[in-house]
Design a protein around this ligand. Structure first.
Ligand SMILES: NC(=O)c1ccc[n+]([C@@H]2O[C@H](COP(=O)([O-])OP(=O)(O)OC[C@H]3O[C@@H](n4cnc5c(N)ncnc54)[C@H](OP(=O)(O)O)[C@@H]3O)[C@@H](O)[C@H]2O)c1
Length: 279
């Protein structure tokens, strides 16, 4: 039997998900396929009807359907429900169940290279309050951390995050100006906006003038692999964490939900980087 997997979104022709999941299928020694199911918004219901007909085993969902898909599935994982977004659908005996693996994928991706980083003395600054930031914030709230602050252009959007507070970590909402001034307070700075993405590679959401020397600066943008923010971080003696690692680990979690297999993905980080560079 061939495991049928895929991705819906628009546009998706340059997606790296087929490459990642084909690597996972090889490692797991599973016969399967991971196909791209393109569809403009007006074609979405036909695409999903087709996926029901072929009894697809599971699929990923990307921009712009992470919210819309919720109208088409049978059951929502409570975390995906709280986030209001789904990036992974599992066919459980004919019923489609929706999950979000972005946030937990991020946490796994940072814990691999920095296993001691997330602890009760850690202060984190999240730059941005979009969909990706919501997932990351929700996942960080499950760790026991000292402080997880959010800075965003639209302050009102950031304030909504405070409704997701769980556990004991404290949170405050800041402007980018305020964040720049108190940057030395943070052990981990996570850039989640689209600023700095190709082609605007010289753009940077904030200056890192006040960053702590041994802090980690993480940017979830992966086109380019090393962003302007990363470069400034390195020049100031900070450590860096790349966005493609998150891409890999959110996929690893999706694959685990479809197959029950926990792939050791660490050795694929560099291979994925080469794919992104077109090597
Ligand atoms: N590495 C991965 O696996 C991964 C996964 C998901 C997403 N991403 C990347 O993360 C980025 C954000 O994705 P998303 O889905 O969260 O998008 P989104 O929901 O549209 O959120 C966009 C965020 O960027 C901010 N922003 C956009 N343009 C800005 C500008 N010119 N100045 C200041 N802030 C600006 C928005 O601020 P306002 O709220 O003020 O508008 C918001 O915080 C994208 O580059 C995406 O490719 C990477």
């Amino acid at each position: 039997m061939v495991l049928r997997l895929g991705l819906i979104g628009h546009p998706i022709s340059h997606s790296l998900s087929p490459w990642i999941h084909n690597e996972f299928l090889k490692i797991a020694n599973i016969q399967g396929e991971y196909k791209l199911y393109h569809g403009k918004p007006e074609e979405l219901s036909d695409v999903l009807k087709h996926l029901r007909e072929i009894e697809i085993d599971g699929f990923n969902v990307t921009v712009p359907y992470k919210q819309t898909i919720m109208d088409y599935i049978d059951e929502l994982d409570p975390e995906a429900e709280q986030l209001g977004a789904v990036n992974t659908v599992v066919n459980e005996n004919g019923k489609w169940k929706g999950y979000s693996t972005d946030g937990e994928g991020y946490v796994r991706s940072i814990q691999r290279p920095f296993p001691q980083l997330l602890n009760r003395d850690t202060s984190i600054l999240l730059l941005g309050a979009g969909g990706a930031a919501r997932g990351i914030y929700r996942a960080l709230m499950k760790e026991q951390l000292k402080q997880v602050d959010i800075a965003n252009r639209s302050i009102e959007k950031a304030k909504l995050f405070l409704n997701m507070q769980l556990g004991n970590s404290k949170s405050a909402v800041l402007s980018y100006n305020e964040a720049e001034k108190q940057l030395m307070n943070y052990d981990l700075i996570i850039q989640t906006t689209s600023v700095g993405m190709k082609p605007a590679v010289d753009e940077q959401i904030i200056s890192l003038e006040n960053v702590k020397k041994d802090a980690v600066v993480s940017d979830i943008v992966y086109q380019p692999i090393t962003t302007a923010l990363h470069q400034e971080a390195l020049s100031r003696g900070a450590k860096i964490h790349h966005g493609h690692a998150m891409l890999l680990y959110q996929a690893q979690l999706a694959f685990e939900k479809w197959t029950g297999i926990d792939i050791d993905a660490e050795h694929l980080v560099e291979k994925l980087e080469n794919q992104l560079r077109g090597e």
